[in-house]
Design a protein around this ligand. Structure first.
Ligand code: GDP
Length: 525
């Protein structure tokens, strides 16, 4: 296969949903179709189920599971499919945002009865920022749910994206019999089976009267009417609009019963983009460039506290990645060779000799990598699109064991490199502030500092509303602002200026009085 063909056959995507909509179940069914697993139950949910903070081993175990299912690759009908898993728990939303920078498209799972939920809305905003092509799978049609047309309207309104159904449910609730494939204009009826894939019955034409016997005459009649209505109401599917992230093809089904999953997968393979160009600070990198480049979007700590090895997840953006070859670690300006790069095939991990754009490679790392680091064949490239988001929760972090201050500093440093939370240093009193998206992270940090670095920390409350990155073309006003707000000025990990607003009112006042200063809620602008 040529290099270009390798790129063209790759589909790298993420599945996102509000917790419980059916992401894990759908992932598993896709793996079953792909032949990557043979019975259901092989994929463990990486859900962090406890919000209580008592059972740390549980969190650790679950972190272990999430590394196993971080990337799931498989070959199917000539395509190489890479599914990137994202944590559903909202406390880990930032992890999900970062994973979304490594995908070329997204499938959103929605519960038919619950419709669009809060986490779905937030994740869609991230997709919109990057114009990521989005497909929607409306799940759990086997349960009494809402009318399909109503769900389509809700998706359009709530997710602010055009919709075009490419599959349609036959019956619903207990009468649900499968889905008609609008995209391929055929019907394939499965027998519901939760565990494996059963042989289905195929209909080329829904006007076929035999259909009445398989579903029911009433369901068949409703299907025929619905399809006529769909084709009348919605314009033909516009592939270009989908690729621009403006139009979401919508599929219906029941992941648990294997209804609608194959329809989704087949359409996905045909219309979802192969690896797209990646933006850097200097230029756009095309996947089919000869020279290798990639960036780190996720770092996973080793489960074994005796080995501080980590796994850096690298998304390959261009070129042909090869084992034991000298590459440039751009930030460190250092040549490095990777002797055991790992690829992920379903639940197996194995050392690989090569990888192509769109692939994710795991690189064992003893502390050289940070999230956002770029690797290349020599060119100084800095990939964009991995911003930090303004945290929601803040606490002062203090050393609780004066004998271990070095360990604490090192531990904090490494955990921040992994992107567990963000660290701000108050410029007025020098105190360190940890900012997170969820409360769970504070506990995870404290636990990991102790178990992996032998350091203890203690938190002290600080009341903050937001941390914003500030920037201005007016150095005088910027200077004036910093002087006036000394108590509220901090530096982030990279030495950038951050304003710590203690209330929305304070932020609003600052924005009104300092018109030449821009207040950003993400670190990349
Ligand atoms: P996730 O949190 O989005 O990963 O959701 P899961 O895949 O873990 O599913 C949440 C629950 O919904 C589980 O109990 C599943 O068995 C159930 N579920 C998933 N898909 C379906 C479906 O199509 N129909 C029904 N009735 N239940 C489903």
């Amino acid at each position: 296969m040529t290099f270009k063909e390798e790129i063209k056959r790759r589909r790298t995507f993420g599945i996102i949903s509000h917790p419980d909509a059916g992401k894990t179940t759908l992932t598993e069914k896709l793996l079953l179709f792909g032949g990557a697993i043979h019975v259901a139950g092989a994929v463990k949910s990486n859900k962090i189920k406890k919000t209580a903070t008592s059972d740390f081993m549980e969190i650790e175990k679950q972190r272990g599971i999430s590394v196993a299912t971080s990337v799931m690759g498989f070959d199917y009908k000539g395509y190489k499919v890479n599914i990137l898993d994202t944590p559903g728990h909202q406390d880990f939303a930032e992890d999900t945002y970062r994973t979304l920078t490594a995908v070329d498209s997204v499938i959103i799972v929605i519960d038919a009865a619950k419709g669009v939920e809060s986490q779905t809305r937030k994740l869609m905003e991230v997709c919109r920022m990057r114009n990521t092509p989005v497909m929607v799978f409306v799940n759990k049609l086997d349960r009494p749910g809402r009318d399909a047309f109503e769900i389509l309207d809700e998706i359009e309104e709530e997710l602010k994206i055009g919709v075009r159904p490419l599959a349609w449910p036959i019956g619903n609730g207990t009468e649900f019999r499968g889905v008609y494939n609008i995209f391929e204009e055929n019907l394939y009826l499965f027998t519901p089976n939760k565990q494996t894939l059963e042989q289905g019955i195929e209909f080329k034409d829904i006007q076929d009267s035999k259909l009445d016997d398989y579903v029911s005459p009433r369901a068949a009649a409703t299907l025929r009417e619905d399809i006529e209505l769909v084709q009348g109401v919605y314009p033909a599917f516009d592939h270009e609009e989908y690729l621009k992230g403006k139009l979401a093809p919508v599929f219906f089904g029941s992941a648990l019963n294997n209804f609608g999953v194959q329809e989704l997968l087949h359409a996905f393979l045909q219309i979802a983009p192969s690896p797209l160009p990646s933006k850097t600070e200097t230029r756009e990198v095309e996947p089919d460039e000869n020279k290798f480049s990639g960036f780190v979007f996720k770092i996973h700590a080793n489960m074994d506290p005796n080995h501080r090895n980590r796994l850096a997840f690298v998304k390959i953006c261009s070129g042909h990645f090869q084992r034991n070859t000298n590459y440039l670690h751009v930030r460190l300006g250092k040549q490095m060779k990777f002797s055991s790069p790992t690829a992920f095939m379903a639940e197996k991990k194995s050392i690989i000799d090569e990888a192509f754009p769109g692939d994710i490679v795991g690189i064992p790392d003893s502390g050289n990598f940070k999230i956002g680091d770029s690797i290349s064949e020599g060119e100084v490239l800095n990939f964009k699109g991995l911003p930090s988001f303004s945290p929601e929760l803040f606490q002062y972090i203090e050393n609780a064991d004066p004998m271990k201050s070095k360990q604490l500093a090192k531990g904090i440093d490494q955990l921040m490199d992994e992107g567990v939370a963000q660290l701000f240093t108050n410029q007025f009193n020098g105190r360190k502030i940890i900012g997170t998206v969820g409360a769970l992270q504070f506990e995870v940090i404290q636990y990991r500092l102790l178990h992996e670095y032998g350091a203890s920390c203690r938190y002290e409350p600080i009341h903050l509303y937001k941390a914003c990155w500030i920037q201005s073309d007016d150095p005088k006003q910027l200077d004036d602002f910093k002087k006036r707000k000394t108590q509220f000025m901090a530096k982030d990990k990279h030495g950038r200026d951050v304003f710590l607003a203690d209330s929305s009112y304070m932020l609003q006042m600052a924005q009104e009085s300092f018109k030449n200063i821009k207040f950003h809620f993400t670190s990349e602008f």
